[in-house]
Write a protein that binds this ligand. Structure first.
Ligand code: AP5
Ligand code: ZN
Length: 228
């Protein structure tokens, strides 16, 4: 089982990835989460990636391919894994195919979360995340239990806490309207062409991600059952 969760920023990859992980018992690998951890730990990779990420650009193929190569060779990946945010360029897709082919494996499913660009700003700008787990919340669509609002109806930042740990939630530095424009441009020019790379294999399943989260999850479940 080697799945790619595919879709633009705010499509719901990080929302549904953990649920697929629980369902199938294979790990979700988010290059965005891994890069954010590297930035927080100030590793060599993190220091290189921080500014590019904040501006909404793409980190170099070499760096992310290296990260994924190391990660998928770990024991918990031997029965498969769910990729979130990788591959993002054709070069990355080809590198992935090659790594898998060496093990006699291939990508078995690409779940494409389709959402029009117009709805993404509200999702991105309302998102709060729990840094250590990568869990995402939304002020309107998935508020944490602790959320309190001020007189104007805006969430009080100090009240934004993770449901499970009680840790403070944070907003991502790249979750601004201007960085989103850049991320979307990169998505359409560099990432969408990957779909044509996988379509001939009959592994791409389209999900309408422009609906409530429960509806999206129903369609994701359906897509896992059917071939192509
Ligand atoms: P990454 O972390 O991968 O960000 P992204 O692709 O921009 O995707 P997001 O995490 O923003 O969206 P998501 O689909 O996970 O949305 P979520 O489920 O949280 O990458 C970040 C950066 O790292 C990149 O810009 C790049 O610099 C670098 N990078 C990473 N991988 C790389 C690679 N392979 N190559 C090069 N560079 C790389 O949902 C969003 C919000 O909406 C949440 O608040 C959620 O609660 C809400 N929501 C979700 N679904 C719904 C719904 N159906 N209705 C209403 N609200 C919803
Ligand atoms: Zn994400």
């Amino acid at each position: 089982n080697i799945m790619i969760l595919f879709g633009p920023p705010g499509a719901g990859k990080g929302t549904h990835g953990p649920k697929i992980e629980e369902l199938l018992g294979i790990p979700q690998l988010s290059t965005g989460d891994m890069l954010r951890a590297a930035v927080a730990a100030k590793t060599e990779v993190g220091l290189k990636a921080a500014a590019v990420m904040k501006a909404g650009g793409l980190v170099s193929d070499e760096i992310v391919i290296g990260i994924i190569r190391d990660r998928i060779s770990e024991p918990d990946c031997r029965f498969g894994f769910i990729l979130d945010g990788f591959p993002r360029t054709l070069v990355q897709a080809q590198a992935l195919d090659k790594m898998l082919a060496e093990e006699g494996a291939c990508v078995t499913k690409v779940v494409e979360l389709q959402v029009p660009d117009e709805v993404l700003e509200e999702r991105i700008c309302g998102r709060w995340i729990h840094k250590t787990s990568g869990r995402s919340y939304h002020v309107k669509y998935a508020p944490p239990k602790s959320m309190k609002k001020d007189g104007k109806g805006n969430p009080i930042p100090e009240s934004m806490k993770d449901d499970e740990t009680g840790d403070a939630l944070m907003q991502r530095p790249d979750d601004t309207a201007s960085a989103l424009v850049k991320r979307l441009m990169g998505y359409h020019s560099e990432t969408v062409p990957i779909l044509d790379h996988y379509k001939p294999n009959g592994v791409v399943a389209v999900v309408n991600a422009n609906q409530g989260m429960d509806g999206v999850w129903e369609e994701v479940l359906q897509s896992l059952k059917r071939g192509g």
